[in-house]
Ligand binder design. Sequence first.
Ligand SMILES: [Zn+2]
Length: 350
Amino acid sequence: MTDPLIFDGHNDLLLRIYNNDVLPGADGFQGSGGRQIDLSKAKTGGFGGGFFAIYVPDSTSLGNDDDMMATSYDLPLPSEIPWSDASKVAMAQAAILLDLERDGALRICKTVADIRAALADGIMAAVMHMEGAEAIDRDMACLDVLYAAGLRSLGPVWSRPTRFGHGVPFRFPSTPDTGPGLTADGRRLVARCNALGVMLDLSHLNEAGFWDIASLSQAPLVATHSNAHALTPHSRNLTDRQLHAIRDSDGMVGLNFAVAFLREDGRMDADTPVDRMLRHLDHLIEHLGEDRVGFGSDFDGAVVPKDIETIAGLPALRAALRAHGVDDALMQKLCQDNWLRVLNLTWKDS
Ligand SMILES: [Zn+2]
């Protein structure tokens, strides 16, 4: 059996394209341009698609990968971005995704059936996701409009604060318990997402916010790109207690490929063996079960182990998984079925 295409929980391709300041269309998506994701690499690596994040960057840099090479670090969190600024960027990035679809580079999927069809047709499957809800207004009119455009997943925060809640800073070592929980608007956002069938993403949220959503949300708890705090005590990773809450809600976690969340020392060093990913995967499976773990690569937004580097390097991960004893049934779950399972439980029209 050939290994299934990988449907993945998180990438930052839209930000990459946005930063190049062009609407690329399918042609721009063909060339490499230093990106970790493009169509030819997808073919080489067996990348089937996944969640494509709309993300509003800061005007000031919060630090860079060099700052995360130290033995410990605590990068300052940028301040809140006003809705009027954020909404322009979010619209531009949503338009980039729509443009890629118009040019036939990918297909925006709004139902599980859409994802299955795209994977079967060999067309990249894209779920529109928003990482940090700065672009959602208090009345949530923007949420309704973006839902109509295809938005099906939303993280109330990237790491900086929003009107809805507080995220974790990039801090190592640190627990995820770094501040207050959801705001009143954040609690309303949970109810609105539940009503629409928009998946709530808990990655980047601090622990108080996590427990607020755990008690409020009707949907399975999902962290699209996070790892095990027991193995890498980074603020961005999930404690065993959080993993058990995710398991009990029948949710799931996407394994993040970013080396800072994989390594024992939390350093952003590409010289990291793929074996660290297997260690985290084992821990996640031990605490969540085989049905509640998938991939959440963070491609185009992170430094990943050098033996993988881009989506063209995914065969190295598959080989490592096979050598680790992953059989056909588990491979199918990790690559596709677990994401489809949780989306089927979360979305209104599956
Ligand atoms: Zn992220």
